[in-house]
Design a protein around this ligand. Structure first.
Ligand SMILES: C[S@@+](CC[C@H](N)C(=O)[O-])C[C@H]1O[C@@H](n2cnc3c(N)ncnc32)[C@H](O)[C@@H]1O
Length: 222
């Protein structure tokens, strides 16, 4: 790890809203995020593979009565969003450093209301490691309440094509599957949704500058 990454990691580790359970062990907040961490009964939305956490922070600013948790394994990246949340004094934000593979160690059945997958790694050679692959969907099904939405936003045609196939093959109910969301914004149900879709993450900015088209799907898994 480079010097700056080490510096950021050393800082973020001490933030009160940065939670880091030992990998493979149960998180002490499992089943208790509302009661022990947020101290309210509001819905919980998680951003998986949040990187710098633009959706976590952006959504938290817009919706103070919803709790947001950014999840990633790279603490030095999460430092950016965690620092911003601190500066903005957002009480409805936490960052959880873990692998999504172990997500059921951090949330119990039905504890999560909604999931965002933002510019997830396409995993070109390892389809089973894609965050929309069946083993991951099975994990989400354990923590996501019935009817809760999964939002997938990506530049990757490989990941999107694969995810669309998964949605259709497993008959996941879907509201929208768009191969060009900025052309299809009018298909979304509300101004709020249109506005939300325009939050740009770090990777979105990078890929858009290279001419990538941004894709979006909103679906359920039960
Ligand atoms: C391409 S980056 C996108 C980051 C951010 N969402 C954005 O749009 O800028 C993918 C992120 O997912 C994280 N990631 C990938 N697979 C993961 C896994 N299995 N568990 C936790 N984090 C993962 C990586 O560490 C990385 O930060």
């Amino acid at each position: 790890m480079g010097k700056d990454k080490l510096r950021r990691f050393a800082i973020v580790e001490h933030y009160p809203h940065f939670i880091q359970p030992p990998l493979g062990e149960k998180c002490s907040l499992l089943g208790k995020w509302r009661q022990d961490y947020f101290k309210n009964d509001n819905p919980i939305v998680v951003e998986l593979g949040c990187g710098k956490g633009e959706y976590t922070v952006g959504l938290a600013q817009r919706n103070p009565t919803i709790n947001y948790i950014g999840v990633d394994i790279k603490g030095a990246r999460m430092y950016i969003g965690a620092k911003e949340a601190l500066e903005l004094d957002l009480k409805n934000v936490a960052f959880l450093r873990t692998k999504v593979d172990f997500i059921t160690d951090s949330f119990e059945k039905d504890e999560v209301d909604e999931i965002w997958l933002t510019f997830s790694d396409p995993q070109r050679k390892k389809p089973n490691k894609r965050l929309t692959a069946k083993p991951f969907i099975e994990r989400y099904r354990k923590i996501l309440k019935t009817g809760g939405f999964i939002h997938l936003k990506t530049d990757s045609s490989i990941l999107f094509e694969y995810s669309e196939e998964q949605i259709k093959e497993h008959k996941y109910p879907h509201e929208i599957i768009s191969w060009n969301i900025y052309e299809d914004l009018h298909l979304l149900g509300s101004d709020e949704e249109r506005e939300t879709l325009q939050i740009r993450t770090h990777y979105e900015t990078l890929f858009t500058a290279k001419g990538s088209i941004i894709k979006y799907a909103k679906f359920r898994i039960h």
